[in-house]
Design a protein around this ligand. Structure first.
Ligand SMILES: [Zn+2]
Length: 325
């Protein structure tokens, strides 16, 4: 895939077509084994689709053109649902290949595989499509736990680095407790990936401007991508740390998102028995929150409209297509 084409669930897009992009949101999420949870309400596909279409339309009212759903293979990923949602809503939706971190992923099967096996699976999903669907992954999800990267995670991230080098697609990460971003950069650059093709996701979990700056200094994107999840970090801390990173000269390395979820498959344990209860406990954790409440605050505290567009449009475009920022 040439770097001037971005693979969405409904076909290849040109960099100019991405527009305002949310880099880390989810339509469907279910932990491995979710389908065995007989106590959970059954997932009603048509209702979920209707709700997701409505939410995409609301995002479009804020100018969002592209929705990146970095759901790993083992977290309820459903590319057919995403492609249908894209067709119904008109939103560009990008899906990913890749695996979740050891403590919360489907690790038994992947543990048996060599790094070469895993690389081949990732490349297949990027170049030929996921399963028999023909829907191609446009990026690779990587994930590490805390406080250190396990041997399993190191293997999976190594395979992702190799697959990124072979195919040219970027890497979007999960970090746990705002740590191990440098390990992720070390592993993928060791496989030939330029650090600028990686978002170190959930870096807003660390209230540590030196950590953020050190990631950006190496050329990686820094994900402030859990806006609205107050149980992990108050938004005020996220805003303060974004402004510090801008002051340090790293506007072009910042990406913002919510890690929001539209439909939960199974029960959202251990956080709540019902997804509705989790949504009620986190009233700001919605994919429109940045546009309603965060951008106005960033602008009130000195960011210009041009700088905001750099974060929402230019930076995601450069992650996918270097040279198009
Ligand atoms: Zn996520």
């Amino acid at each position: 895939m040439a770097l001037d084409r971005i693979q969405t669930t409904t076909g290849a897009a040109r960099p100019e077509e991405l527009g305002r992009t949310l880099i880390h949101e989810h339509v469907l999420v279910g932990y491995p084994g979710w389908e065995l949870d007989a106590k959970a309400p059954k997932f009603k596909r048509a209702e979920g689709m209707a709700r997701a279409v409505d939410q995409m339309h609301e995002l479009q009212s804020f100018g969002v053109k592209t929705f990146v759903d970095p759901c790993p293979m083992d977290l309820g990923r459903d590319p057919v649902f995403l492609a249908e949602l894209s067709q119904k809503s008109g939103m560009n939706i990008v899906c990913t290949t890749g695996a979740y971190f050891e403590a919360e992923g489907n690790t038994y099967m992947f543990r048996q595989m060599s790094v070469e096996d895993v690389t081949e699976i990732y490349v297949k999903e990027i170049e030929e499509g996921i399963g028999e669907t023909g829907i191609k992954a446009g990026a690779i999800k990587i994930a590490t736990g805390a406080p250190t990267v396990s041997a399993y995670e190191r293997k999976m991230v190594t395979a992702a680095g190799r697959a990124s080098t072979l195919t040219g697609v970027p890497l979007i990460s999960h970090t746990q407790d705002g740590c191990c971003g440098h390990d992720q950069i070390d592993i993928v650059t060791g496989e030939g990936v330029d650090a600028s093709r990686l978002v170190v996701g959930h870096s807003d979990g660390a209230d540590d401007p030196d950590y953020h700056r050190s990631l950006a200094d190496r050329g990686a994107f820094v994900g402030f991508d859990r806006f609205g999840i107050s149980m992990f970090q108050p938004d005020e801390v996220r805003i303060k740390n974004i402004l510090k990173l801008v002051e340090a000269g790293h506007l072009e390395r910042i990406l913002v998102s919510h890690d929001s979820i539209m439909c939960w498959l199974g029960r959202p344990l251990p956080y709540a028995q019902r997804f509705e209860d989790l949504l009620a406990a986190l009233p700001k954790w919605r994919s429109t929150h940045i546009f309603k409440e965060i951008i106005p605050q960033l602008e009130a505290r000195g960011l210009s409209k041009t700088q905001v567009e750099q974060i929402l449009v230019g930076n995601p475009r450069r992650l996918f297509s270097p040279g198009h920022g």
